[in-house]
Write a protein that binds this ligand. Structure first.
Ligand code: KG4
Ligand code: ZN
Length: 338
């Protein structure tokens, strides 16, 4: 096989609490394996030190499994793509060390990938892809961004959160109503059964920027007040609380996104990141798009939450343009989008 014309790219993702390995051959995902770390459940959030130790134990067996399942051997690989940042430093280092070792041992290029760029790139894996330029609302546990995507790897952030991310808001507010970490999927599930009968204020900032910390304080004080009169208020109203929290977060997300769409006149709309799995957000953006005359694009659920397929695909795009990294690179906990 001509490895340059038909590249096989290994993708490695270990930026937070999911270890993921994927193989992309000629732009087609052959496998996308993911091991989620349940070890953090009892702590109510991700413990960074524990996360890196679990990545260390999981990553090589997962790599073996990916090779076995696809029948691809290490010597077939054309390049190794890996999340360089942003994320938890210890966790990133595990993936990057494996990627560097493979690059060195197999004499194949190392390709660094920006995690938030890869969330957007998830849109190119399956057809139909959004047409350029498109607006992507990238909503994850650590980031909330409105991205103007001019071309495959040419992206501009035109608005972002100044404090908590949307996923963080789902997780923290879900915790206030007694849900385990990560609470986002459970808030989403409960919200389908409830009514958004409690009104929580949203904060609207200039320049399409977001803030979610005021919402957290508002819900906290509201619950404190209600619990004084009825100690079972949360148990008795959990589904309506979930629906109200979900509505407030989505209202907040949509307000700026719609302003950005109006100002740029872009009618190709996409959502990406873990919160893009949210059913309420998907329904809402669809409704707004119909009114606006826009088209919406959602990646498959397995490409919304953290996954190595998006890393491998991003690596494939960079491989095709010869954009390789030096073996001297270090992991970056914080890293502005290139
Ligand atoms: O992109 P992601 O997997 O990891 C980061 O890069 O942060 O996003 C994880 C976030 C978590 O906050 C999780 O609660 C949220 O995505 N999430 C959801 C849903 N599924 C995952 N939030 C709301 N509704 C969902 N269905
Ligand atoms: Zn992510």
């Amino acid at each position: 096989m001509d490895i340059v014309k038909h590249p096989i790219i290994l993708g490695i993702e270990s930026s937070c609490d999911d270890t993921s390995i994927a193989l992309v051959a000629d732009g087609e995902v052959l496998c996308n394996l993911r091991a989620t770390q349940y070890q953090h459940l009892t702590y109510g959030g991700v413990i960074p030190e524990l996360a890196s130790r679990v990545h260390e134990e999981t990553i090589l067996p997962l790599l073996d499994q990916a090779l076995y399942q696809t029948g691809i051997s290490l010597k077939n690989l054309s390049g190794v793509a890996c999340t360089r940042g942003p994320g938890l430093l210890g966790s990133l280092l595990v993936g990057l060390s494996v990627a560097k070792s493979l690059s060195m041992a197999l004499n194949i290029p190392l390709i660094e990938v920006h995690h938030m760029q890869a969330h957007v790139v998830a849109h190119f894996i399956d057809k139909p892809c959004p047409k350029f330029p498109f607006l992507c609302l990238t909503v994850s546990g650590g980031h909330t961004q409105i991205v103007k995507v001019n071309n495959y790897l040419d992206m501009e952030i035109i608005g972002q959160t100044v404090d908590d991310a949307a996923g963080e808001a789902f997780d923290k507010l879900g915790k206030l109503i007694g849900l385990n970490y990560p609470a986002g999927p459970e808030v989403d599930r409960l919200a389908q059964e409830g009514e958004p009968k409690f009104h929580f204020p949203i904060t609207k900032l200039e320049h399409f920027n977001y803030s979610f910390s005021g919402l957290k304080t508002a819900v906290l004080y509201f619950l404190k007040k209600q619990l004084k009169d009825d100690p079972n208020f949360i148990e008795n109203n959990r589904v309506d609380l979930a629906a109200s929290i979900q509505k407030a977060i989505i209202d907040n997300l949509m307000a700026n996104f719609l302003d950005a769409a109006k100002q740029t006149s872009i009618k190709e709309w996409a959502i990406a990141g873990g919160v893009a799995a949210n059913l309420g957000l998907r329904q809402r953006i669809q409704i707004e798009a119909e009114t606006f005359g826009a088209k919406t694009y959602f990646p498959k659920l397995e490409y919304c939450t953290d996954n190595a397929a998006m890393i491998a695909y991003n690596g494939y795009l960079k491989f095709c343009s010869g954009d390789f990294s030096s073996l001297d690179i270090t992991a970056l906990a914080r890293w502005p989008m290139p």
